[in-house]
Design a protein around this ligand. Structure first.
Ligand SMILES: NC(=O)c1ccc[n+]([C@@H]2O[C@H](COP(=O)([O-])OP(=O)(O)OC[C@H]3O[C@@H](n4cnc5c(N)ncnc54)[C@H](O)[C@@H]3O)[C@@H](O)[C@H]2O)c1
Length: 244
């Protein structure tokens, strides 16, 4: 399987790359930084492309190089993303637009570019990294929640439009995952780990490898009839409506 993973230099994207390489896949990592370190850690068929997911030309270049160097593109995983924590009253128009640009447009452009290839080359599959916050709201995360809700909804539209072209489209919705993104929030006192544990029936946040396994399943032939879904990877966080 030949995959392109955006945001592949660290966190969920990197864990997904590790998983797919371990299963014998060929992987292209696209990220704006950290690529040589990531490539060194991955033993296997890996190429890296520095670029910004909000730049259509750079995204097209990543798709073209993947196809040129590996001979095709079966799977796209969009793991590039950002988070901010700020009272809604203070969020600037620029900050809101940046969130939408990276998390929504930065998921759409790679999907569009990949679909242009897949639709005329036998199909493929796309998995977006959404979030539990694509389904529910949270204080100080208005822009982030809005962006993830948009990703989930966009996934459904693309599934409807591209299913007939042979392209399966899905999303995963993780709870907190132990990545540099969450560590940065923890370091700034912006992540209530105990609160998350309390709400989560399995009592913990996720490891990146657990999200990678779900993404790999959705990308695999075993998921051939799974299309247009948001798969929670959350230890039951969404299911729990109990309040303490
Ligand atoms: N970590 C969590 O708790 C968690 C939970 C739910 C959803 N998610 C989502 O999963 C995705 C990955 O998160 P993570 O925790 O691995 O984050 P991370 O910050 O550890 O990794 C994200 C990667 O995306 C890259 N990136 C950011 N903006 C980019 C851009 N414009 N162009 C190219 N690359 C860019 C970064 O350089 C980084 O390597 C994000 O969409 C995030 O919102 C994360």
């Amino acid at each position: 399987m030949i995959s392109l993973i955006t945001g592949g230099a660290q966190g969920i994207g990197f864990a997904t790359a590790e998983y797919l390489v371990r299963k014998g896949g060929k992987v292209c990592l696209m990220d704006r930084a950290g690529l040589s370190e990531a490539a060194e850690k991955l033993k296997g068929d890996v190429i890296v492309i520095e670029g910004d997911v909000t730049n259509a030309a750079e995204v097209d270049e990543a798709v073209s190089r993947t196809v040129a160097e590996f001979g095709g593109l079966d799977t796209l995983v969009t793991a590039a993303g950002i988070v901010t924590v700020e009272p809604a009253i203070d969020v600037s128009a620029e900050a809101f637009l940046k969130m939408m640009s990276v998390n929504v447009l930065g998921s759409f452009l790679p999907a569009q570019s990949a679909a242009r290839h897949m639709s005329v080359n036998g199909g493929g599959n796309i998995t977006f990294i959404g979030s539990v916050y694509g389904s529910v709201g949270a204080p100080k995360r208005t822009a982030y929640c809005a962006s993830k809700g948009a990703v989930h909804n966009m996934m459904q539209s693309l599934a409807v439009e591209w299913g007939p072209l042979g392209i399966r489209v899905n999303a995963v919705a993780p709870t907190g995952v132990r990545t540099p993104m969450i560590q940065a929030l923890i370091d700034k006192g912006q992540y209530n780990m105990q609160g998350v544990r309390n709400r989560t029936p399995l009592g913990r946040i996720a490891e990146p490898e657990e999200v990678a396994a779900a993404v790999a399943f959705l990308s695999s032939p075993e998921a051939s009839m799974i299309h247009g879904i948001v798969l929670p990877v959350d230890g039951g966080w969404i299911a729990n409506g109990y309040t303490w």
